[in-house]
Ligand binder design. Structure first.
Ligand code: NAD
Ligand code: TDX
Length: 340
């Protein structure tokens, strides 16, 4: 019997990278292809433990390059697709929205066309809770799969557009799809432009941590491994055409997150510096994951156990993030923040 072929796009980034490692180790009977353009957010060094495995393959390509993508699909005839590749940072989308439309919208549509052409058996589109817009601070309100999409940033608008295309390819062409909408992830290999790894790396270097506005905005945090198990479940058990929210009820203000990291590392709150707020800054995100729980999903980390594991990982893996924050990242940081 032919081995199943799973294509993971964006498998050199944060979540896709963790997912590739999770799947390569869990499913030796699958051939797992990581397709990634290796933008500033992608790197292959994170895969040094799996790159010699027989069931792992890497392809460097742009998901919006129609010719390259269609040729690859015709050659490899993938069975399963899990689509992570995207421009993912809200601040970058505020500074330069165009690449978000190109990668997140045109790239997704190109993958959908290629999938339709070769007849895949499942396409899981990894989306985000940010497509729902923002919630107010009433702790009894949550995003469900039926919450209307009201994206507020160029990033979330591009993700919502891609969600609509995925839905349309299911409704129009019967493409077997799922959409997952997850809350904020954290964990190993998280790029240090995002709040948690930015805070850990800066506190370890005794540098100021920029907190936007008053620090009271709320995010619902999920350890990346719990996101990986959710996607694995939806890939294999998700009902075709359905959307699944992913989140573990771990709501924290940004200030609580930053202070807990500073505290764990035994440093002073004086490292916190309040800076100008993000434009259009969403107040609160909070996920109702009950539909996914009914499918059998059980997260393994609380915020407390997950953040401790993550801080330890950053302490033990300086080789990974130090190479990043000393490269092109320096220019990005200086442009984005004016810290005293
Ligand atoms: P990331 O920025 O860390 O990684 C993105 C990866 O996509 C990188 O490896 C990059 O090289 C690759 N990529 C970018 N443009 C490409 C292109 N044109 N062609 C091929 N590859 C390309 O992102 P992440 O945080 O791992 O997020 C992955 C997915 O999960 C995204 O779709 C994002 O919207 C979604 N998501 C992220 C979070 C989160 O908290 N990080 C939460 C929910 C959903
Ligand atoms: O320097 C900072 N200071 C600060 O206060 C940064 C980078 C962020 N923040 C705040 C903004 C947010 O309220 O922290 C919160 C988290 O910010 P990010 O880490 O940039 O994440 P967010 O904007 O919430 O989006 C993330 O979760 C959903 C991912 O980047 C998205 O890809 C995902 O869809």
């Amino acid at each position: 019997m032919n081995r199943k072929k799973l294509l993971v796009t964006g498998g050199s980034g944060f979540i896709g990278g963790n997912f590739v490692q999770y799947m390569v180790n869990k499913y030796p009977e699958y051939d797992i292809y990581n397709l990634d353009l290796l933008t500033y957010a992608g790197d292959l060094t994170k895969h040094r433990d799996i790159e010699m495995k027989d069931n792992y393959f890497f392809v460097k390509a742009d998901i919006a390059d129609r010719h390259a993508i269609i040729s690859l699909f015709e050659k490899e005839r993938f069975d399963l697709i899990v689509h992570f590749a995207a421009e993912s940072h809200v601040d970058r989308s505020i500074a330069d929205p165009g690449i978000f439309v190109q990668t997140n919208v045109v790239g997704t549509q190109t993958l959908l066309d290629a999938s339709k052409q070769v007849g895949i058996t499942k396409f899981v589109h990894v989306s985000t809770d940010e497509v729902y817009g923002e919630l107010d601070f009433n702790p009894n309100t949550f995003f469900t799969e039926n919450t209307p999409l009201q994206p507020n940033s160029p990033y979330s608008a591009s993700k919502a557009s891609s969600d609509f295309l995925v839905r349309a390819y299911h409704e129009t062409y019967n493409l077997p799809v799922n959409i997952t909408r997850c809350s904020n992830n954290y964990g190993p290999f998280h790029f240090p432009e995002k709040l948690i790894p930015l805070t850990i790396s800066r506190v370890l270097n005794e540098e100021k941590v920029p907190v936007y506005g008053d620090g009271k905005n709320i995010r619902d945090w999920l350890h990346v491994i719990d996101h990986c198990s959710a996607i694995d479940l939806v890939l294999h058990e998700g009902e075709v055409g359905e959307v699944y929210n992913v989140g573990g009820h771990n709501e924290k203000t940004n200030l609580e997150v930053v202070k807990s990291i500073i505290n764990t590392l035994g440093k002073s709150d004086n490292l916190i510096e309040f800076v100008e707020d993000r434009l259009g800054h969403d107040k609160r995100y909070a996920i109702d994951p009950s539909k996914l729980e009914k499918l059998g999903w059980i997260p393994t980390y609380t915020f407390e156990t997950g953040i401790a594991q993550t801080i330890n990982w950053y302490l033990e893996n300086k080789w990974w993030w130090e190479q990043i924050i000393s490269g092109e990242y320096v220019n990005y940081f200086e442009k984005q923040y004016s810290l005293k």
